[in-house]
Write a new protein. Structure first.
Length: 127
């Protein structure tokens, strides 16, 4: 993964986080769902940036478990980033494809998971 691709994924993760933070503060359930969907996409982008910067490549595919294992390897021995990615991808179908409604608290948990992933990416960059 080229450095400009890592930077692009990093920037995308931060943008998804900004949108998620705005939407989670709304009073509308539809905005909470949008916040959750953005958090999921941001988490995937952050994981790509972390793996790209530490391993030189990122996972490409639909198997989120495999993406998590790669992130665990990139962040070893710290497994928290992988746990945060799992938290986000476990909710992907609910927030992106389902007609069901999530709560603001559920959405805030996803935004927190994304904040942690973006923070971990920034720690890697600073090292």
């Amino acid at each position: 993964m080229a450095p400009n691709e890592v930077q692009r994924r990093r920037d995308e993760a931060k943008s998804y986080l900004e949108v998620a933070r705005l939407c989670v503060e709304s009073e509308l359930n539809a905005d909470w769902k949008a916040a959750g969907a953005n958090a999921v996409l941001g988490g995937i982008a952050a994981a790509d940036a972390i793996c790209g910067s530490t391993l030189g490549y990122h996972f490409k595919g639909d198997d989120h478990g495999e993406a998590r294992r790669l992130l665990d390897r990139a962040c070893s021995p710290d497994r928290q980033p992988g746990n945060n990615l799992k938290r986000l991808t476990d909710e992907k179908a609910h927030f992106q494809y389902s007609s069901s409604r999530g709560t603001r608290d559920q959405t805030r948990q996803l935004v927190t998971a994304l904040e942690r992933l973006v923070g971990r990416r920034e720690q890697i960059l600073a090292a």
